[in-house]
Design a protein around this ligand. Sequence first.
Ligand code: PEP
Ligand code: MG
Length: 592
Amino acid sequence: MPTESQHEGEVSFRGIPVSAGVCRGKIFVLGRTRPSITQLQLTEAELTEEVNRLEKALVETRQQILEIQRKVSVGMGAQEGSIFDAHLLVLEDRTLIDEVVRMIQEQKVNAEHAFHTVAERYAATLATIEDEYLRERATDMRDVTARVLNNLLGLVEEADLRHLKEPCIIISHDLAPSNTAQLDKHNVLGFATDVGSKTSHTAIMARSLRIPAIVGLKNVSGKVASGQYALLDGLNGVLIINPSDQTLYEYGQIVLRQATLQKRLHDLLTEPAVTLDGHRVLLLANIEQAADAEQVKANGAEGVGLFRTEYLFLDREHLPGEEQQYEAYREAAAALKPMPVVIRTLDLGGDKFLAHMTMPTELNPFLGWRAIRISLQEHDIFRAQLRAILRASAEGNLKVMYPMISGLDELKQANALLEEYKAELRQEKIPFDENLEVGAMIETPSAAMVADSLAKRVKFFSIGTNDLIQYSLAVDRMNEKIAHLYEPTHPAIVRLIKLTVDAAHTHNVRVSVCGEMAGDPVLTPLLLGLGVDELSTAPSLVPPIKFLIRRLKMNEARTLAAFALECESAGEILAHCLELASAIAPGLFENK
Ligand code: PEP
Ligand code: MG
């Protein structure tokens, strides 16, 4: 697929669509370049005023950082807000400030030059230190320096999104959490970045803010200029600079159709996900933090089918302890009560690492020390997490599930540890839900093959198709080169899902799918036809999936599944899925 194409003055860039919606307007390119600093020679008489200018810029910078910190703490949590403590410390560092003042006075130079020189020397020293934590401080130092320099020079910080004068589309290399936190929905029509993936922070924020967005546009920020007119299609991942009248007209029609569809989806918000012939499906949402509970409710999901707890562990300086985790799980449980919230125990490893935990360098990290394998060896981590989940279970309808189970022994060991921690809590007279349900993720082919054994020891299965596909087809889910081989409708996947469902149902175990397959309406009939009971997907994808389910008959779904189980070709299965989905819910697909 070309990433850039030109057509009668229009230039199109194609990236990864991460937040649906179409917008158009002027673009604003956030620069990565720092202001250029010139050295000025001052007279003796000018020095006092120069030092005053420096002090004023420091105060101004401090106020700006405090404001960002406040916003981030309110919007994203105190932990995220505390990132900016390090920035404030730089401004309070008297050794640094005194050195700058001395340089101004002794060398009779301007404040910009003095501050830049001294701060850069500090940052450069920090950057060479072995210790990762101290190295990080170099980044803080440079961020703060850029802010102080902008204030001294009277420049609006280019990355400061509060100063947008009119609604525009933001284009940048990347968008840091501090910038994203400042997005003003009224003035940011959409955004597009050079880097990022569907699961990047930027992408996740865009979806929760419901701002159309595209990431992974390679070097788009270097190819466009502020002030150009553009159209951004967050559904298909296309950014069009100088769109022609014809393109604008076509997109105008799409926007109209989308508005109609959104209205129809909204009308179903409180309706159940039930097929035309009365088959009830439980539609759940995937979340990463307790605050996402709002999105779960806003999109009409009936609970959480996957709480990816590793996000509580990433981007932190220390492992979150039992108390911190308890707070997060309790908050989610309380916010959604009596709806179920399935907490997945830590799924570290693979592509998710911690700065503060030494992980071995592995040749095949996805086949290595990952998920439940870590938990079963690092009992302190597992214990803190399971105790936190158990304690929070007293406050709502929590369930727990283990990721990447590859055989019965792991499940037995995990369950034994869970029982041990339950016994501890009983002794300590700490309440928890004695009937807390336990589930296993089915995301390795071996788990699917022994699903009958696993089913005897759990209450539910959740099929993690993202990994199940990668492990069954031996296709790295992160490798673009072999992305064409990553086929959710591969006959092997269809059969493994069926095997899992049959084993589960024999033992009265419910089956959910929580991988990306669950959020693709094209595949919904296939999954339901194979007997899947529940689907768990990103909150914003719940309404379209429900829309499709309410137009489906189970006999159509079962016929499709029967065909897929006999079929030898992934392409043919997908074609049949597409045919059925677009016949029953054409409105969902007409803008693609
Ligand atoms: C999966 O593998 O399908 C899944 C839901 O887990 P994750 O994407 O977090 O690995
Ligand atoms: Mg997985």
